[in-house]
Design a protein around this ligand. Structure first.
Ligand code: DQA
Length: 146
């Protein structure tokens, strides 16, 4: 089973950016968590991070016929990008949305998620651990779908 984890803009700054909101865990810590989860769950995890909307769209399209599932934190593009929503719908690879912070308890503009409209589940406010939960959720979803 192959899971593509996509991270949007500024997530490469984890640990530095607004630690009161996103925590002190770094992007390297996140990469390590993904590697550990892949080993523990016996699956392949491919991580991709970009600050550019079109690159994120390209990577979602790449998943078609390649990945079994997608975990996506589109970061700020969550709240603006119809292109990412359309790409997720186009490939129809099962996707789980992750947000490190609890977007529901933040500014009103963070309450809308376009990407989430194409996702089977959203995990928010669980910090970096939310990525592990998303991978585990996708694994059981994909296993029971077979
Ligand atoms: C985020 C929440 C977004 O509103 C924000 O723009 C981010 C990170 C999160 O993981 O909590 O960059 O997606």
């Amino acid at each position: 089973m192959k899971i593509l984890v996509i991270n949007g803009p500024n997530l490469n700054m984890l640990g530095i950016r607004e630690p009161g909101i996103y925590g002190t865990g770094t992007f390297s810590d996140l990469l390590r968590l993904l590697e550990d989860t892949a080993r523990e769950e016996g699956l392949e995890v491919i991580q991709y991070q970009s600050n550019h909307e079109g690159d994120l769209v390209d990577k979602i399209q790449w998943a078609y016929g390649t990945a079994d599932g997608i975990v996506i934190n589109p970061a700020a593009y969550t709240h603006t990008s119809v292109a990412i929503l359309d790409a997720l719908k186009a490939v129809s690879v099962p996707a789980v949305e992750v947000h490190i912070s609890d977007v529901d308890s933040r500014e009103p503009f963070r309450q809308i998620s376009y990407a989430g409209m194409a996702c089977i589940k959203t995990i928010k406010g669980h910090g970096l651990e939310g990525y592990r939960e998303a991978i585990q959720y996708l694994k059981s979803y994909l296993t029971s779908a077979k």
